[in-house]
Design a protein around this ligand. Structure first.
Ligand SMILES: *[C@@H]1O[C@H](CO)[C@@H](O)[C@H](O)[C@H]1NC(C)=O
Ligand SMILES: *[C@@H]1O[C@H](CO)[C@@H](O)[C@H](O)[C@H]1NC(C)=O
Length: 302
């Protein structure tokens, strides 16, 4: 029994050795490399073990679940033609990355002479894109105590940029309470969406605002824009007085006109009123009789 068990162990041991020696095994120095756009990047595919002399090496790019060849029959193919090369044995070097290179890449090595004749390795490449100048909207003037929303949007940057807002060249902290200068301000700042929202603007919130969009690849900012804050009371009073004056003026003009045309219009109207009911009554009377009300009426009379 002991001998058969030992033999079995030896058999397992030897087959194990056999498999490891006659197997293609890949590894990578970096499963998730990244580069800034227009830089070069290396998708490392290293052959740890192989016995086949001329293995078949292929690279596929997998974007949105669709695989396509980028290295096939010893030639760079597809998107990467003229922009990439293979470094022995199987590493793919992209010389000038573009944002569309962000994808999964699969290094596949087939070694027919090995017992385990195939291995593959998946590499997740991210090409970072520096943000362009964001689009900023700042209200020109806001009355004291009213709400105001400042918006900042940038759509090119990758990964999605974070936003910072500045007032008079000073960064606005995410939490107003963290700085004595912004302590009493009513804003909320969303660094992900780029929105700076005041629930009630104060005089102190006036100033030159600009926004910066920032990610790992770099940053960009829009030009400063002035936000003025005016006092609603003075404006309200001025507006109120103007409205009252206008109303008084139109009433006066109205009365004047009415008075001037007074006789003429009232005469016309009485004339019309006098005629209209006479016509209407006559027609109505005839119609009701024609339409059968006549019967009811007549039966009622009878
Ligand atoms: C990289 O490609 C861009 C266009 O995609 C081109 O403008 C630029 O000159 C290229 N850079 C190099 C170093 O080839
Ligand atoms: C904030 O408001 C408090 C009271 O409402 C006032 O005492 C303080 O001076 C204000 N601080 C600033 C920086 O305006």
């Amino acid at each position: 029994m002991a001998i058969t068990r030992l033999a079995g162990f030896l058999f397992l041991f030897s087959t194990h050795c056999y498999i490891t020696t006659l197997a293609v095994v890949l590894k990578t120095a970096n499963k998730a490399p990244w580069a800034n756009e227009f830089e070069s990047v290396e998708l490392s595919c290293l052959i740890q073990s192989i016995t086949t002399l001329e293995p078949r090496i292929e690279w596929k790019k997998i974007k949105n679940g669709d695989p396509s060849y980028v290295y096939f029959e010893k030639k760079i193919a597809g998107d990467l033609v003229n922009r990439a090369r293979i470094r022995e044995p199987a590493t793919l070097v992209i010389l000038n990355t573009t944002r569309s290179d962000t994808a999964l890449y699969r290094c596949e090595v087939t070694a027919p002479g090995d017992h385990k004749s195939f291995d593959e390795i998946l590499i997740d490449l991210v090409v970072r894109v520096k943000p362009v100048v964001p689009q900023c909207s700042v209200p020109k003037s806001v009355p004291v105590g009213k709400s105001a929303e400042l918006r900042c949007v940038e759509n090119e940057g990758f990964p999605q940029p974070q936003y910072q807002w500045f007032r008079n060249k000073e960064e606005i902290p995410e939490d107003p309470k963290s700085s004595p200068k912004f302590l009493n301000s009513s804003y909320t700042l969303n660094a992900n969406s780029g929105t700076l929202k005041f629930s009630a603007v104060r005089k102190e919130d006036a100033g030159e605002y600009y926004c910066k969009a920032k990610n790992d690849a770099g940053h960009s900012q829009c030009g400063p824009q002035m936000m003025e804050v005016y006092d609603i009371n003075i404006a309200g009073i001025v507006l109120g007085v103007l409205v009252i004056v206008l109303v008084l003026l139109s009433i006066t003009v109205g009365i004047c006109c009415a008075y001037k045309r007074g006789y003429f219009t009232s005469q016309q109207q009485t004339g019309n009123n006098y005629k209209a009911p006479a016509k209407g009554d006559g027609v109505d009377y005839v119609r009701t009789e024609d339409e059968g009300d006549f019967r009811h009426k007549s039966s009622f009379v009878i």
